[in-house]
Design a protein around this ligand. Structure first.
Ligand code: ASP
Length: 585
């Protein structure tokens, strides 16, 4: 990535940026502005002052610098010169040069910061967020926000290149039927009524398609009142898009192009074309609908190997799946017992482990129950080698998949942010993810997702077998976003509502405005949303999206800097017609 802080200079106060000076500038008279990052005395009157701005740091040699303290804001004028032989600093982009004969003007003194503004800061997170403006001065944070801007700019360019039009949609909105808990805002002019902050612009963008906008995008702020985690904040940003007269492949192509552009803009390398996995293959091969392709070998079907087994735990099991864990045959009994407990905690009846020894001998409490052919078949099917650990789960198919999928991650997954960048599409999700308490199907995406055309005739007779035209984008095991081709025909929509147990009156009450619009010529359409925060976090090498958001909330949803959320004056509440009840016990 090229250095930060490009763009036109000089301004009235400075000629250059600190981090851009190099040997070619030697002899130039410069004026720099920034913060004192560090001051080291050199003899009685001389000091080395590291001056920092967004672009980086340069060493200034200053006479009589005694009044300069860390984080003072200064303007330095002086002459760039090569550092003497042997004093180069290879850790600094500007390490070959320094600024000499300096005159320093203090633009503003500063109090000492409450924590050191170095890259490796182990200050408490609340303290960092309370003084986020200082935390942001750290090079790591500056770089992260620069990566964010770069990603966002690459995504926008890709959208515009593909003919998408940027349109803003309202923040004061109505509930969106996507399942997340929403933030509600009291309406002062209609006491007792509320706006809802959009969990996504889903309905608005579909209305834009009815409105003939054809190809829409937006860097949309979305709000969801859900528990915060490493990959989730109350508010987040997504590249939201929708297009008319497209099929699934068209949407996947455009989004692929955009995210590969964004990755290339940060890493200078374009990842390979994004593979497409069906949901059922993802579950079979990785035991997850957001597979991390980096996390070692895939799960292997072992039903054929144990078809005639006498081993009771395997005989008659609906599904037998195995996982090879390369080189982990050295795991001790304690660790293996813990893995077995973990497998049971995830719902498996048990876990069989086998260590692969020399000449493919298998060491395991259950090895004696397996025939020679079964032992050899197992090693061959998994491609196991001496020193490997082999794990086997015999259970219901979904349980065997998800349990081994999780153990695969636990044992083989590099940190999410560690390259390489392995994108994958997961397509052909089931339309419904299961049945609710009343035996009704639960939509896996949302109720406006178009069923797979080949499965439409089973919508009423066998709804759980119906695939949808929805798709997820996954990067290194993180879901980066999802989308679908939408239902645009009233007859198909009515059948889906009927399957979900939503009658006409309820559909009208909940989504009447959308269904109404659809009666006036809705084009076939579909779209997608890419989570910007997650994409940026991974590309910036961060495991938590808070590190790539300028002003995030803590895990408990608080902003220690501003104090939000905070009570408001009783008069304000009265204007809104709102009364606050004591907290629920
Ligand atoms: N509205 C969906 C979401 O926010 C994305 C989409 O289907 O376009 O996940």
């Amino acid at each position: 990535m090229s250095p930060a802080g490009e763009g036109p200079l000089p301004t009235s106060m400075r000629t250059d940026r600190c981090g851009t000076l190099d040997a070619a500038d030697a002899g130039r008279q410069v004026a720099l502005c920034g913060w004192v990052a560090r001051r080291r005395e050199h003899g009685e009157h001389l000091a080395f002052v590291d001056l920092r701005d967004r672009s980086g740091v340069v060493q200034c040699v200053v006479d009589g610098a005694s009044e300069l303290r860390s984080e003072f804001v200064v303007r330095v004028t002086g002459t760039v010169r090569l550092r003497p032989e042997g004093t180069h600093n290879p850790d600094l982009d500007t390490g070959e040069v320094e600024v000499g004969d300096c005159t320093v003007e203090v633009l503003n003194p500063a109090e000492p910061p409450p924590f050191p503004l170095t890259d490796r800061v182990d200050a408490d997170e609340v303290l960092r967020l309370r003084h986020r403006y200082l935390d942001l001065r750290r090079q790591r944070m500056q770089r992260n926000l620069e990566v964010r801007a770069r990603v966002s700019s690459a995504l926008r360019s890709a959208m515009e290149r593909h003919g998408f039009l940027e349109v803003e949609t309202p923040l004061l909105w109505v509930p969106t039927p996507e399942g997340a808990r929403e933030f509600v805002i009291p309406a002062r002019l209609q006491p007792g009524s509320f706006y809802v902050l959009p969990q996504s612009p889903q309905l608005a963008k579909q209305l834009l398609m009815v409105g003939g906008l054809d190809r829409y995008y937006q860097m949309a702020r979305c709000l969801r009142d859900e528990d915060l985690r490493a990959d989730r904040q109350f508010e987040f940003t997504q590249l939201d898009l929708e297009a008319s007269f497209v099929d699934q492949g068209d949407v996947l192509d455009v989004v692929s192009d955009a995210v590969l552009d964004a990755t290339e803009a940060v890493t200078s390398e374009r990842p390979e074309a994004i593979p497409r996995l069906s949901w059922s293959d993802a579950m079979e091969r990785f035991g997850s609908d957001k597979p991390d392709l980096r996390a070692g070998p895939e799960l292997v079907e072992l039903g054929a190997v144990f078809a005639d087994t006498n081993f009771r735990a395997f005989a008659g099991a609906p599904c037998i799946k195995g996982l090879r864990v390369p080189g982990r045959g050295d795991l001790g009994r304690g660790r293996l017992d813990a893995l077995t407990d973990a497998a049971k905690g995830l719902g498996a009846k048990g876990l069989v482990w086998l260590r692969v020894g020399d000449a493919d001998a298998l060491e395991s409490p259950v090895a004696k129950f397996l025939s020679d052919e079964e032992r050899a078949g197992l090693v061959t099917a998994l491609g196991a080698e001496p020193g490997d650990l082999v794990l086997v789960v015999a259970d219901e198919r979904r349980t065997a998949q998800t349990v081994l999928g999780q153990l695969r991650l636990d044992l083989g997954r590099p940190p999410v942010s560690e390259g390489p960048y392995r994108f994958t599409w997961v397509v052909d999700f089931p339309l419904f993810e299961g049945l609710d308490g009343q035996g009704r199907p639960i939509p896996a995406h949302h109720a406006f997702t178009m069923p797979h055309p080949d499965d439409l005739d089973r919508l009423e007779s066998d709804p759980l077998s119906v695939r949808s035209q929805s798709y997820d984008l996954v990067l290194n095991g993180w879901e980066l976003g999802s989308g679908s081709i939408r239902v645009h025909r009233a007859d198909v929509q009515a059948r889906i509502f009927a399957t979900l147990g939503i009658d006409e009156a309820e559909a009208e009450a909940r989504f009447g405005f959308l269904l109404g619009a659809f009666r006036y010529g809705a084009p076939p359409h579909g779209g997608f949303a890419v989570g910007l925060d997650r994409l940026v976090a991974i590309l910036a090498g961060e495991d938590n999206i808070r590190e790539v958001i300028a002003f995030p909330k803590t895990q408990s949803g608080v902003d220690p800097l501003t104090g939000a959320p905070a009570p408001v004056a009783p008069r304000l509440l009265a204007d809104l017609g709102v009364r606050v009840l004591p907290p629920r016990a």
